[in-house]
Design a protein around this ligand. Structure first.
Ligand code: SR1
Ligand code: MG
Length: 404
């Protein structure tokens, strides 16, 4: 009998013992082993176990309730989903995700490669660091994983098997509430609205029935369109980065959904990075982010189209007009989700440091208004946003409107 034969939430000492048992391939220097809990996400516990000889492992464990709110009870099976998708993503996009050493459905925990030579991208964005390879790398990851799991290229029965395996109702339920519902009505009274923009939020988000109609369309689309195996939470806190490399992690929200959800999340979170840089006058950084916005949209589109052409297996999808239609819908969805993510991180329950750490009240209010103004345009006029330049143009138009 081992103490890890039944589930309990580990503390740092348990994680050291657990690492010894679960990662025996590392010759741990037992006397110098240490552990720190380093999780800063909303849901899980993350332990970094090290020893004095330079060995290390990251242990991630799912708790039965969310860290952000003990009212949120969650199935710990999300840890299995996350581990299995990381293994699959590693096959589709080698080198773009951390290596998984093991996962354990009893303790709802997995062990993965320690990426301490990388940093969490949101933290790096808050320091206004520039990563010239990011747009190329993230677009490769998205093109390969997202296109690689579609019905366009996959055997349809194998695809349905993946869809079954990665059905993820509880975490989808969180997204349906936090992204697609509450930012528009605060129905559970858990929105966080920055008081200086409360009236603006009421007029622009809570009272706009036309906007609600568009969001309802997008919500039903998110819930029903099993297009590809999406990450489901691809913000800058789900990316490890350094000068040379980009690694995507934390895919516990993954399921078969519209692929624009992931691309839109990347774009929106880069806009938050831009807003933070703009508030403190980090000009070089903002210029780089603006280029990233353009490049991520264009490069992802180009790489997906190429992947489509080279890997298409479905007979009807070999039609060129259909391919063009398909690519256009992805960019349209990307625009819509950019808007949805911008709005929910500004007014919803789960905010982002890029915005909340802007100390000057007037500057924060301006940044929030710019994000919301751009967001409404990204959602309502999503059919017009056809290339990277249009995405940047939407941000510039919003700045001009807010500053007028
Ligand atoms: C209750 S979880 C809140 C948010 O954190 C996660 O990272 C997802 O973005 C989710 O919406
Ligand atoms: Mg997360």
């Amino acid at each position: 009998m081992s103490k890890f034969d039944s589930y309990f939430l580990m503390k740092t000492d348990d994680a050291i013992e657990y690492a010894k048992v679960k990662v025996p391939q590392i010759s741990w220097d037992v006397d110098s082993m240490e552990c720190k809990e380093i999780g800063d996400g909303n849901l899980n516990y993350v332990f970094k176990v090290t020893d004095g000889k330079g060995h290390s492992v990251i242990i991630k464990q799912a708790g039965v309730e969310a860290r952000i709110s003990s009212d949120m009870k969650l199935d710990t099976d999300r840890n299995r989903i996350e581990s299995e998708i990381l293994v699959l993503e590693g096959k589709l996009a080698p080198g773009y995700v951390p290596e998984i050493y093991f996962y354990d459905t009893v303790m709802s925990a997995c062990g993965m490669e320690d990426l301490s030579d990388h940093e969490i991208m949101r933290t790096a964005m808050l320091e206004h660091k520039i990563f010239p390879k990011f747009a190329d790398q993230i677009s490769t990851f998205m093109a390969q994983v997202l296109m690689g799991t579609t019905d366009v290229v996959m055997d349809h029965q194998e695809k349905k098997e993946l869809q079954r395996k990665f059905i993820n109702p509880e975490l989808c339920d969180i997204t349906e509430a936090l992204v697609y519902t509450e930012p528009y009505n605060d129905e559970l009274k858990r929105n966080h609205v920055f008081p200086p923009i409360a009236e603006f939020v009421k007029e622009t988000l809570y009272d706009d029935q036309e906007l609600h109609c568009e969001v309802a369309k997008l919500k039903m689309d998110f819930m029903t369109r099993a297009q590809s195996l999406i990450h489901g939470d691809l913000h800058t806190g789900s990316v490890f980065i350094n000068e040379e490399s980009t690694k995507v992690f934390d895919p516990e929200f993954c399921f078969y959904g519209p692929m624009g959800y992931d691309i839109g999340n990347v774009i929106a979170n880069m806009i938050f990075a831009w807003a933070n840089g703009d508030a403190v006058g980090a000009e070089e950084f903002c210029n780089w982010v603006e280029n990233v916005l353009v490049d991520v949209v264009n490069m992802t589109k180009e790489k997906m189209e190429k992947y489509y052409e080279e890997h298409v297996t479905d007979t009807m999808c070999k039609n060129e007009l259909y391919r063009k239609y398909y690519m256009a819908t992805i960019i349209e969805d990307t625009s819509a989700v950019t808007g949805l993510e911008l709005i929910r991180r500004i007014v919803g329950m789960a905010n982002v440091k890029d915005i909340t750490s802007i100390e000057d009240e007037a500057k924060r209010a301006r940044a929030e208004k710019i994000c919301i103004t751009a967001a409404v345009d990204f959602i309502k006029n999503r059919g017009d946003k056809k290339c990277g330049k249009c995405f940047l143009g939407t941000l510039k138009d919003a700045i001009a409107k807010v500053d007028a």
